[in-house]
Write a protein that binds this ligand. Structure first.
Ligand SMILES: [Zn+2]
Length: 119
């Protein structure tokens, strides 16, 4: 279960971020997953929600941002959405292309409610 181990490392990251910023209640965790990152985003969100619910941050919601793949042709300069890593440029047929988006996998933000916010 690749996604579950990823979820556990994200939870560790969340824990260290929470410690760095002091106390508070974690409300939501935002993750960014590229469609060519190799991560099954739905399985990942499910796993992360599960590990959060069993941690000190139960009640926090997971929100996912998916990034569609984007390639750039270094020959003619075209930008296109590749359907695979090795798709040639649809304009000139060149294989000299570079994937510029779609491989990201990161924890993008945490929404924390501090104790002072409470009435
Ligand atoms: Zn091209």
């Amino acid at each position: 279960m690749h996604e579950l181990s990823l979820a556990c490392s994200v939870l560790e990251l969340v824990g260290s971020e929470m410690q760095r910023h002091g106390a508070g209640t974690l409300r939501s965790v935002e993750v960014t997953v590229g469609e060519l990152s190799g991560v099954d985003s739905e399985a990942f969100v499910f796993s992360l929600q599960m590990v959060l619910d069993r941690s000190a941050y139960a009640g926090a919601r997971v929100s996912l941002t998916r990034v569609p793949p984007r390639s750039h042709c270094t020959v003619c300069g075209a930008d296109f959405e590749p359907t695979s890593f090795y798709m040639p440029c649809p304009q000139c047929g060149s294989h000299a292309t570079r994937l510029v988006a779609g491989q990201e996998f990161r924890l993008s933000s945490l929404t924390v409610e501090t104790d002072e916010d409470k009435p």
